[in-house]
Ligand binder design. Sequence first.
Ligand code: NDP
Ligand code: HSE
Length: 395
Amino acid sequence: MPPLPRVLCSSDVAPAQAATATTPAPGLGLLGCGTVGSGVARRLLASHPGLIRGIAVRDPSKPRDVDWDDFSDDAFDVVDDPSVRVVVECIGGLGLARELILRAIARGKDVVTANKDLIATEGPWLAAFAARTGASLRYEAAVGGAIPIVRALGGALAGEDVLEIGGVLNGTTNFILDAMEMGADYGEALEEAQRLGFAESDPRSDVDGHDAAHKLAILAGLAFRRPSVSRFVGRRGIAGISAADVQTGAQRGLRLKLLAVARRAGDEVEAGVTPAYVPEDHPFARARGAENVVRVLGRGCGPLVFSGAGAGGDATASSVVADVLAALESRERVPAHAGEDLVVRSLRAPVLVRYADGRVTMGDAVALDALVTETVKASVDPSVASIIPVWRDAA
Ligand code: NDP
Ligand code: HSE
């Protein structure tokens, strides 16, 4: 884990003060009011009038479906507002969002974020920094949209010996693969996912598997109780998937899904993100549109399946608002695990090989990191059209 930040001087670090009978109720500052932020704003303006003290956006003149007439273009101002005790970050990315979260933590404020890129990259030491300043860091919305999987792992499953965790963790790619099954074109389906607010601002994060890898790293850290970052997770996206791949599966009772899974293998953890064929009756196969499915296999609890809306403003806002309420009531912190970072090796799975002449064969289990891009594959054996893993659950 890298050292804690030195970008802020110690005078910046001020633990949150306890409210007294004479101090006003703590307020909330919202950073970003796009797909997710506007959902959060609409819900809190309706359910908790007066709670929101400031909303920062890039362009205050942009028309928005939110009943607020004083948008700020200075997000640092909103963080620094002394009446703001809870900072909700819905901007995204690793630049400005990171600076704002650091600033809020340094001031001992409670932070709620939907930013999986940041949590999967720097979450462990941000949590350690928060522990030092009396701040808190909550990120239910970073994984699984409306599905309360972060809470489940940190609470109800906190004592479980998890053997395997993962599933369909990206709504955009599931939406695209689902649409392709019904004959839609890849590019048109992606455009529709963007229009519906499912995709990241740079959709390559979705289709190339980065987003799913971030979410898997977050889940694996919570499930295996070790600091975890996504750079160790190997990934393949869906950009190379063709209509023929989808149809080949359908003819064999298999559906193509982008899976992100981590599992114990002896003393190690195997993890990876890959398109994979899943039997039609498997829980992963039932994800429709932008839904997500997370399966947790525990030694004691057996298989548990969590499913529901995995992307979109309202669904994600539901998780953000739950974290806001937890912060206001000082309950349900996300556990921060210490020790060496979780290092993973490549997930292994048997593969289905499709040849250019239409033949299909099953291949032995391979390490998914060994499955290379279409170009390299073709240079190894030009008769191979695609090599796609076939999912098998751990026992
Ligand atoms: P959007 O692009 O819809 O919204 C981003 C918001 O950030 C906009 O309101 C934008 O302002 C604001 N912003 C950008 N730059 C600045 C700045 N310099 N100062 C202040 N505000 C700024 O993104 P999403 O709502 O889709 O995503 C937000 C976060 O939530 C990301 O981390 C994403 O990964 C995560 N997330 C998204 C989900 C989804 O389904 N969309 C689901 C789960 C998590 P303006 O409106 O003026 O442009
Ligand atoms: N772009 C993400 C997805 C948003 O499609 O799953 C939800 O995290």
